[in-house]
Every structure is written in C-alpha cells, then in structure tokens.
Design a protein around this ligand. Sequence first.
Ligand code: AMP
Length: 399
Amino acid sequence: MSQAVACINAGSSSIKFALFMLGKDGVEPAGAGKIEGIGTAPHLIAREPDGRISTERRWPQGAALSHEALFGDLLGWMREHLTGQEVIGIGHRVVHGGTHFFAPAIVDDALLEALDALSPLAPLHQPHNLAAIRAIRAVAPDLPQVACFDTAFHHGHADLATRFALPRALHDEGVRRYGFHGLSYDYVSRRLRELDPGLAAGRVIAAHLGNGASLCAMLAGTSVDSSMGFTALEGLMMGTRCGTLDPGVILYLLQQKGVSAAEVEDLLYHRSGLLGVSGISGDMRDLLASADPHAREAIDLFTWRIAREAGALVSTLGGLDGIVFTAGIGENAPQVRALVCERLAWLGIELDHAANRGHAPLINTSASRVAVRVIPTDEERMIALHMINLLLPTREEVA
Ligand code: AMP
C-alpha cells in the first residue's frame, strides 16, 4: 500500500488542510481544502490538485460543531479520498516553539503540555493549533502527529537579533524576538536554491505579504533576522494588525483612555493595519479596486513600511543581492511589488514592469543590481516534507 500524509494549518475561524502522497522523489499533492466560518456558518471546500472541487459541505448558520466532530469528518473525508493509501501521519503548523522546540517533533503528552505553556506568547494562534492536535488525538489516538514550528527557521539568529533593550531577566524568561512565518520562509529558501543557487547563496530578503506579513533576511539560505519578533504583531503593517508601534501608544490607551487590555488586543490584532487606515477593508484586493483616497493611503503606508523594514534588514545583511515576494499579496499584486521596488530603487533595484505585470518568476531588468523574484509559498508542502523526514528516517531525505 502506498503512503500519504496530511497537513493541517488550524486558525481561529478557518482550517486549511492538504494531502500528499509519497512518491519516489518526494511528495505529490493529492488534494487540499479549507473549512471556513468555524463558529458561524462552517463551510468545507476541498479540491483536487487540478483545482476541481472534490467535496463541498455547508453546515447551518450557528451550527454547534465541536472540534472533534469537525476533525472526525475531515479524517473520514481524507481516508475516503485516499482509498488504497495508508495515512502515516498528520502534520500541523504550530506557531510557537519557544526557545526549546526548533525542529519538527512527534506529539506526545509532554510536548503538548510544553506547547500549552507557550500559548500566552501567541494567544490568537497557538491555542487553535493545539486544539486541532487534541481533537485528532481524540478521534484517532494511534495516528502519529507532528508539530512543525513557525519560529523554527529563525532559531539560529545571533543573540543580538533576539534581544529587546529590556532588562536581562525578561529576555531570560522568554521576552525576546523569535520571528514567524518560518515554514513559508523555509519553503521559499529551498525553492530559491533550486531555481537560482547563486542568489540563494547570497544576501536575500524574502517578503511574506499575506494577511499576516513579515520580512526575513537570509544569508546563504539561513534566516539571520526577521521583522517579526515576540509576537506576530511586530514589523510590517498587515491586513488588520498594526505592526511596529511606539509602546507609548499602548500606555496612553491604557492609562489616559481607560481602554482595557482586551480592547487593546482587539485593536492591535483586528482593527488596525490596512483595515484601520483605510476604514474600508483589510483585504488588499478591495483596496486596489477602490478609488477612495484612504484606500490609496493605506496601500502607500503598507509599501512604505515594507521599504523601511527592508532598509533595516539590508543593514543586518550588509547589502542585498535579491528580494523574493511571496504569499497572497506578494504573489498576486504586481502594483504592490512595483511600489515596494520603487521605494527601494536606491539599492539598485530596477523592475521589469512587463514581467511584473505578467507574473513572471523573475521580474528585474538585466541592468538591476538586485534580483527580484516571485516564489509561491507552500507551507503545507513544507510540513509534509518535514513530517516524512521525521517519520521515515531511513528514507532518503526529501526536499
Ligand atoms: P494570504 O494570507 O497569503 O492568503 O494572503 C491574503 C491577502 O492576499 C489578502 O490581502 C488578499 O487580498 C491578497 N490577495 C490575494 N489575491 C490577490 C490578488 N489577486 N491581488 C491582490 N491581492 C491579493
């Protein structure tokens, strides 16, 4: 019987999943999907690798759907979909591995307990990641599960890049910079090595621009700095998150305006970023389509902040050989890529506008001193590769 793995990326209101079959030379996609509207009106849609819808299911508005019931259904669908295949494990994106977990790990009671303890560091993500693992354990206790950490790719940062200028005791208890979107950057770094080994060996900034957004400075394919730090709030302006903010603003809100900590959290995570500045939407597509000057201002601020953070990472790298755009906005919004590159023209970046508009993989002119690439990310595939290398150690490593 041939073998397959499943990957799960569980958030607060949505769960993304993907199936991969093990082939001779790596993994082959075998279907993927998403459940959205968990807690409101759940909607599952799954597609074949060619994009055809294979399953669609809607639950009634307000359906009281437990995680166990949901994952029971999902496992049922996976097994049906993979008739004749043995599912050897389920891999999960887990946002926070803290300082101790920097390699994919098989889930057991001790690991779950240790990861629970990290939930206060990523309160909006980690509990959902762990709830998915627990729900699957409840319905399939013997199925191996693997946790893959979003912080892991940044584990090798030099001590300086991990520090806030706070008293040492706070750093020692974990109040430090970790970096996130690591599965995405790990994948992009590997793809870049395949596509352009010369550039991959140099100084590269990868820009993961999706609903969450960050930059990663990579030296010879290894992360040396990130715009994200202690939580997924630092750095760039995002869909609904503010990015870097003078901490004095938070003191002002708490002390002068009597805003509660919960309200501040909601403001910083859900009501800021593109949504807060435009007053229209946190979705880049809506803003690009809008003639409202506030939409334009939000896009300008988004790209200005990217260029500003990129300048900081160029300093860490001591120069720049290439930029790689990825994730929803990075892969699909040529206007945003052009605005960012325009602001970084001082680095010798020259964009080939036709290639950019045509979504070519390489979008710089031949005169550009810096290469500009677009690499679609695939966090689920990265999880699958990590999982196979962990669960089948005798197999030749897949990349
Ligand atoms: P992600 O979190 O990677 O799924 O990215 C979501 C973001 O990508 C949202 O802001 C979307 O508006 C944006 N996005 C997706 N497709 C496009 C597109 N064709 N043009 C512009 N932005 C897009």
